[in-house]
Design a protein around this ligand. Structure first.
Ligand code: ARG
Length: 280
């Protein structure tokens, strides 16, 4: 079973590169659009502001292993994950320190818009709705939404969710997917951890999150949780930025391109999505 997941994951990530190429056009269009809309001075400000402050402030929701999650490292609670390594690479490129601000997922885009944080990195799926208010970087990962249930729930596919309750994290694409499931009830949570707690306690029948995240929670609770059904969407993940911050967008895209070109991206995928063993 584990092997099947591993193979599936590899396939999913292999698709990143294909999609990455296919979406170049879209990403370029996105940035040129940003350029026309943005003020020249405002563009410079984000990069300059960050350099002046000596730190890049990244908003995330650290309830999403292996994208971002809390882990005790050398007796100290730290936020780690694929997205955090990506954030580090961006901070390095800018020559500044990295500051991670942990918040509810629904607060990240508002925090980006109000400059409470410089960028958002939290396994964000690129959506048309979000594009109305923020810019997305080029995609850095690919993945879909997945149903996770407790063993013995009787749920084997999304059709079985009629009349059942699905836990979702507020403002996520998981919530969007759950809304599409006919006859299912929704229960909203600020964090994925809280949703999973309800699932483990059998207060809800399913949770919808990114595939790799479902896999991480199931690996943590192999006797209790399992993934069921097909992936519900298949979409690219990207960094969230303010539309005005076109220069910063260029820096972020440069880093993503460098990571992919140097083989570092592949290493990070292996580190966090293939070799990663949750241990909570
Ligand atoms: N990929 C989904 C979305 O963009 C879920 C992301 C949730 N991220 C998190 N760190 N909790 O809506």
């Amino acid at each position: 079973m584990k092997k099947i997941f591993a193979i599936l994951l590899i396939l999913v990530f292999a698709a990143v590169f294909a999609v990455g190429c296919g979406q170049k056009q879209t990403a370029n269009q996105q940035s040129s659009q940003g350029t026309t809309n943005a003020q020249g001075s405002a563009q410079e400000d984000a990069v300059e502001r960050i350099k002046k402050a000596g730190k890049l402030v990244v908003g995330t929701s650290a309830d999403y292993p292996p994208f971002e999650f809390h882990q005790v490292v050398n007796g100290k609670d730290e936020i780690v994950g694929f997205d955090i390594d990506l954030a580090k690479a961006i901070a390095d490129e800018l020559g500044v320190e990295l500051e991670i601000k942990d918040m509810d997922f629904k607060s990240i885009i508002p925090a980006v818009l109000t400059k409470t944080v410089d960028i958002g990195i939290a396994g964000f799926t690129i959506t048309e709705e979000r594009k109305k208010s923020v810019n997305f970087s080029d995609p850095y990962l690919e993945g879909g939404q997945q149903i996770i249930t407790y063993k013995g729930s009787g749920v084997k596919s999304k059709e079985d969710l009629k009349g059942k309750t699905i836990g979702v994290q507020i403002s996520t694409t998981g919530e969007e997917e759950a809304k599409k499931i006919e006859g299912a009830k929704l229960k909203q949570f600020d964090t994925v951890d809280a949703a999973m707690m309800d699932l483990l306690n059998k207060r809800i029948e399913a949770v919808i999150v990114d595939f790799a995240v479902a896999q991480a929670y199931a690996a943590n609770n192999p006797d209790k949780l399992e993934l069921v059904g097909e992936m519900l969407d298949d979409a690219a993940k990207a960094v969230v930025l303010r539309k005005e911050d076109v220069k910063l967008l260029e820096v972020v895209n440069k880093v993503i391109k460098q990571l992919k070109g140097s083989g570092e991206h592949e290493k990070l995928v292996k580190k966090w999505f293939i070799d990663y063993k949750p241990s909570n």
